[in-house]
Design a protein around this ligand. Structure first.
Ligand code: SF4
Length: 896
């Protein structure tokens, strides 16, 4: 067995991992005790990385289709890249460089990002290279630049321990950055005086932990921050010396915030004025560390939100000292690395600006090209609009799944259909986007690629390959470099000179040189130094270690060295609610899933916490609509609709609903949650308002329910379901099980299905073998059920017309339980068999497989958290479920 140190590939916390492998297979993953981001801890997602690495469902060979009507066929890498180069070259020659575009990912390594950026801006001459970071951190970037002068998070994770007040705003840290939340819990245990303020429309697990939760109405953050500053002014809580010495723009901002009294803003935000005052006092008392994420960024006034939050830090001098900083939490593992190399449509390498002549000349010099293009390229939404209009004819998509993740999916999918030539460079064969690929390039993924990533606190770590990629999959960087050589030849340009790299380290060294003299200077850093441990930038030549905190001297990277106060009025969300669309839709993360689920969606135990797409709604809103848990509803926005189960949630205030961001067309009928969301963007950052849309919710009656359950390989079973999902008004597909994987495919329709479709689906899922299948049919009542029994074990079932036994059957199949004891009940309309075998219920503690009913029973006996942990051991491994356990204790005590 060999062990390699690397980094988790999910969130921007950037936890260090140790990857164990044997005979070319990843066999285990554990937290790296030496890594300063996590000190050995991992959350549920990180601790199951080995399971996702072992899953099937990979893209193994390049595949090319002759035309849109044909299916893709396997081709060699040489043929694939030759074809891609010919297509790109022909389009560039005929229509110019801006007729091609690249849509890449914050999950790429910095070296991958660098070569993509140089390919577009250096070799081809277009700035049409944007990334899914546009959906994630673009407003944070613009917010930093507008106030502090550079895209550089000033704080670090250690500040959590030093802070007197933690101000979490627009972030469900307990779900989105769980290991950072463990650090917050530890800091609060060590310092019970530390205050935690959480600003979030929902009462999330993060908010439950807070000393003060401000459940503001969606999109009203700027008004809140202005009101807090108003209180600070009124009560003389500002740091006048700091303002005078290190900032400008104060006078104008002061005039603006005078209007934002706590009383007035209480109405705008829907919170008590006294709570705004309290928040302002605790913030000003400091030292205050703000942590924030998509609640601020994914908004049409995302830059305003970021920058007006930073105003509070500048006004109170809460920056540049231990425990005091604004610290944006990056959603993706390497959104920061992408920003460092300028891998977006409006950026240039090493935090240079595209509209700066000198910066463009510097980059051209570094790359050895005559010039780099001046006009900003198309940002994510613009890119897909341009593809739909035919302005961009060839699109290269790498390591991201826009047919799931971009808002207004109708537009996105129309664009992908309209494109002349779509290249998808992807590790997983079944993402929603792969179906649109004219050319599929199989990519190496986490555990198979070498390079570097940067986490939220500017810490660069080495990502290392532990095993070779499967089949003919290749690291992204290598594929791009070889494409650049071929495209260079096709265009008569010297691609080999521009891309002379033989390994990722060559690319890193060139990127390093591009940072010389810049705010993120890493000329003192090397792969060898990173082998000794991760480092924070800046780390200029001669330095022996990186810098944990920025702006300690109060000097900012602006023309005058002063930070700028940002003066912006509060603006409401882009899409107001009205009589037709009366509800606010919010989207966000689940604890155990990641983005579009191309990786986590292959691991059955990661569905245990939430197993299917659900609309969460306040119980009073449900009562008014005569809805009950599990009812089907149609959620409709101005752009599209979907049918989904509803569940009551006390996390939400009246008038608001929530759907997790993860569910795409692979897991539910239709185009997934982003059929509903809005593609309106922030005017500066061009980040779309994924966090808010106006919707209506109405009950739908689809009485004919069916459930297919089948044990087997997760990726294979998910693929089998794909041709059928779109044939139902309601469909949900997911996995369950711990030691065995079981597909659960649930549908609902107005009446029974045509027999031909039933037989086709039975055959697809192996429920048609008369020797292995028990059968019960009541044609008069439209009920037809089957159970597959192999070697005395139930391995599948199909319930049609009546599905009462769904939950316990599902558990039996997942547990591999013998069929004999329940044989007579397998096809009966009973919610539980007579011996009381029932499904275990929702799993709260994924590491130790502890279910909700067991936890509730122990709480009912009077247990507190410590007693719960000692009795059931839940929450004693990764700790991701601890916030939920605390909430369950409170809820169930109240119930008693
Ligand atoms: Fe990975 Fe979890 Fe750490 Fe994020 S918090 S990097 S998902 S282990």
């Amino acid at each position: 067995m060999s062990v390699v140190s690397s980094v988790c590939c999910y969130c921007g916390t950037g936890c260090g991992v140790l990857i164990e492998s044997d005979a070319g297979k990843i066999t285990g993953v554990r937290g790296d005790p030496a890594h300063p981001a996590n000190f050995g801890k991992l959350c549920t997602k990180g601790s199951t990385l080995a399971l996702s690495a072992q899953a099937s469902g990979r893209a193994l060979y390049p595949e090319l289709r002759a035309d849109k009507a044909s299916s893709r066929q396997r081709v060699s890498w040489d043929a694939a890249l030759d074809h891609a180069a010919e297509q790109f070259a022909a389009i560039i020659r005929e229509h110019g460089p801006d007729a091609v575009g690249f849509y890449i990912s914050g999950q790429l390594l910095t070296e991958d990002y660098y070569v993509f950026n140089k390919l577009a801006k250096g070799l081809i001459g277009t700035n049409n290279v944007d990334t899914n970071s546009r959906l994630c951190m673009s407003s944070a970037v613009s917010g930093y630049k507008a106030t502090l002068g550079a895209d550089a998070p000033p704080g670090c994770y250690d500040d959590i321990d030093h802070a007197g007040t933690l101000f979490i705003t627009g972030s469900n840290t307990a779900f989105a950055h769980p290991i950072l939340f463990r650090r917050i819990e530890a800091a609060r245990r060590a310092n019970p005086e530390q205050k935690l303020i959480v600003v979030d429309p929902r009462r999330t697990d993060t908010a439950v932990e807070a000393d003060l939760h401000l459940a503001i109405l969606p999109g009203t953050d700027v008004a809140l921050y202005h009101a807090m500053l108003n209180v600070m002014l009124w009560e003389e809580l500002i740091d006048r010396d700091y303002i005078a010495a290190h900032t400008d723009g104060w006078e104008k901002l002061r005039e603006t915030v005078r209007e934002y009294t706590p009383e007035k803003v209480a109405t705008i935000c829907g919170v008590a004025a006294a709570d705004i005052v309290q928040a302002a006092r605790w913030f000003a008392a400091g030292p205050t560390l703000s942590m924030y994420c998509q609640g601020l960024n994914q908004s049409t006034c995302g830059v305003d939100k970021n920058a007006t939050l930073i105003n509070l830090h500048l006004a109170t001098g809460n920056i540049g000292k231990p425990g005091a900083a604004p610290l944006s939490l990056t959603g993706q593992p390497n959104a920061m690395g992408g920003r460092e190399v300028g891998g977006m449509a409006h950026l240039l390498s090493a935090h240079r600006d595209m509209n700066n002549l000198e910066h463009r000349a510097e980059v051209a010099r570094l790359w050895g090209v005559d010039s780099v293009p001046e006009q900003p390229g198309k940002t994510a939404i613009e890119l897909f609009e341009a593809v739909r209009k035919g302005e961009i004819k060839a699109l290269w998509i790498a390591c991201t799944n826009p047919a799931q993740s971009l808002p207004n999916q109708k537009l996105v999918q129309e664009a992908l259909q309209a494109a002349e030539f779509v290249v998808v460079q992807e590790a997983f064969i079944d993402t929603e986007t792969v179906q649109f690929a004219d050319l599929l390039l199989p990519a190496a993924t986490w555990g198979e690629s070498d390079g570097t990533v940067t986490n939220s606190e500017r810490r660069i770590s080495r990502m290392r390959a532990a095993v070779p990629p499967p089949g003919e999959a290749r690291p992204d960087c290598r594929a791009v470099v070889e494409f650049a050589w071929k495209l260079g030849d096709a265009l008569g340009r010297d691609g080999k000179r521009l891309f002379p790299y033989t390994c990722p380290e060559d690319v890193f060294n060139e990127h390093r040189e591009s940072t010389r003299g810049r705010d993120l200077d890493i000329t003192g850093l090397s792969y060898a130094m990173l082998d000794a441990g991760p480092q924070q930038w800046p780390l200029p030549e001669g330095a022996t270690t990186g810098k944990p905190r920025l702006y300690e001297d109060g000097v900012f990277p602006t023309r005058q060295g002063r930070a700028h106060f940002y003066n912006a009025p509060y603006r409401p969300t882009a899409e107001p609610i009205n009589a037709q669309f009366p509800l606010h839709l919010n989207t966000g993360r689940l604890r155990d899933q990641w983005h579009g689920m191309s990786r986590t969606g292959l691991v059955s135990r990661l569905y245990a916490h939430v197993e299917e797409p659900l609309l969460s709604m306040n119980s009073q809103d449900m009562q008014r609509r005569q809805l009950h848990d599990g009812d089907l509803v149609r959620v409709k926005s101005r752009r599209g609709s979907l049918v989904i189960k509803v569940q009551a949630s006390e996390e939400l205030r009246g008038g608001q609903v929530f759907i997790p961001m993860h569910w795409g067309g692979r897991f539910m009928a239709g185009m997934g949650v982003n059929a509903l969301t809005l593609d309106a963007v922030d005017p500066v950052s061009k980040q779309p308002e994924l966090k808010h849309a106006a919707v209506q919710v109405e009950k739908v009656t689809l009485p004919y329910r069916r459930t297919i359950m089948r044990r087997g390989d997760g990726a294979t079973l998910l693929r089998l379901a794909q041709p059928y999902i779109g044939r139902f008004d309601y469909a949900s597909v997911g996995l369950t099980g711990r030691d065995n994987t079981v597909l659960v495919f649930e549908t609902a329709s107005v009446g029974p299905l045509p027999e031909s479709l039933v037989q086709e689906m039975d055959a697809a899922f192996g429920l048609d073998d008369p020797l292995l299948t028990m059968n019960y049919q009541d044609a008069r009542r439209g009920i037809w059920k089957k159970a597959r029994v192999e070697n005395g074990v139930i391995t599948g079932a199909r319930l049609s017309g009546e599905t009462a036994a769904r939950d316990w059957l599902k558990s039996l199949i997942a547990d591999g339980a013998p069929a004999m004891e329940v044989r007579n009940w397998l096809l009966a309309p009973v919610e539980q068999p007579p011996d009381g075998q029932v499904g275990r219920g929702r799993i709260v503690c994924n590491c130790l497989n502890v279910a909700e009913p067991d936890i509730v029973a122990v709480i009912a006996g009077g247990a507190d958290l410590a007693a719960l942990q000692s009795t059931l051991k839940c929450g004693t491994e990764c700790g991701s479920c601890v916030p939920e356990l605390k909430r369950m204790i409170v809820t169930n005590r109240v119930a008693v």
